[in-house]
Design a protein around this ligand. Structure first.
Ligand SMILES: [Zn+2]
Ligand SMILES: [Zn+2]
Length: 232
């Protein structure tokens, strides 16, 4: 009833193309333009595999290197409609996109024991520039839908870092080393945390946050990002 009334009052439009839609999310065409990431993928870091391999398989990197998280998953490839929507959201301050983008994440997430949602934090200088933390906005939407608490206070970015965008993986790792800290308090002890970020590129930021959360007592960490850089 209420939805029908709202739709009459404010006809829903697609946040990506501004066409009218049936619901309050992306229109069918834009939704179909998202390349959703599905198996086969690495059981740990979630990198998509080219060939069909059995599930439960680790990629070469995850066999060699112990990741601080149990599993990392992403909703879609960082390209096309999704890339444009993230850019509008993050760099053009179109914060109304938090709702449909957060819902997209929530729809692609099935909770297996996570009890606390933690967004990757921004440094206060970046926060001042942008005015909001995109990962927190996404985390809030997802957490509301899955009925989970969010903590955006105790994982802190203590050092401003260069934008990762033009850096190679080794430089990215170095760039974020020591950039995060867990503020005192015991909030992370024995928690199974869902760490949220907008884009997974090399995973350097995610791994660094994961290490800090583990050191702060988290018993497990899962990662969910809205998009992922996919080289397939
Ligand atoms: Zn659309
Ligand atoms: Zn992997």
């Amino acid at each position: 009833m209420l939805t029908a009334f709202l739709n009459l009052l404010l006809p829903p439009i697609c946040p990506a193309c501004a066409e009218h839609t049936e619901n309050r999310g992306f229109c069918r065409k834009c939704h179909d333009g998202i390349r959703f990431i599905a198996s086969p993928l690495c059981a740990c870091c979630g990198v998509p595999f080219v060939s069909q391999q059995s599930s439960g398989h680790f990629c070469a990197r995850c066999i060699k290197e112990k990741m601080p998280f149990l599993k990392a998953r992403s909703i879609g490839a960082y390209e096309g409609v999704l890339l444009e929507a993230i850019h509008m959201f993050k760099y053009s301050g179109k914060t109304s996109l938090a709702k449909p983008l957060g819902k997209l994440m929530a729809d692609g997430f099935s909770n297996k024991g996570c009890d606390l949602v933690v967004p990757v934090p921004l440094h206060k200088t970046r926060l001042k520039e942008r005015g909001f933390n995109q990962s927190l906005f996404l985390a809030r939407e997802l957490a509301a839908i899955h009925n989970l608490p969010v903590d955006y206070i105790h994982l802190k970015r203590i050092r401003a870092t260069d934008p990762q965008i033009n850096l190679k993986e080794k430089e990215r790792v170095k760039n974020v080393r020591g950039a995060f800290a867990a503020a005192d308090g015991k909030v992370f002890i024995d928690k199974h945390i869902l760490l949220i970020d907008d884009v997974y590129t090399t995973g350097a930021t995610i791994r660094e946050c994961g290490r800090i959360l583990k050191r702060a007592g988290a018993k497990g960490i899962d990662v969910l990002t809205l998009a992922r850089v996919v080289n397939l």
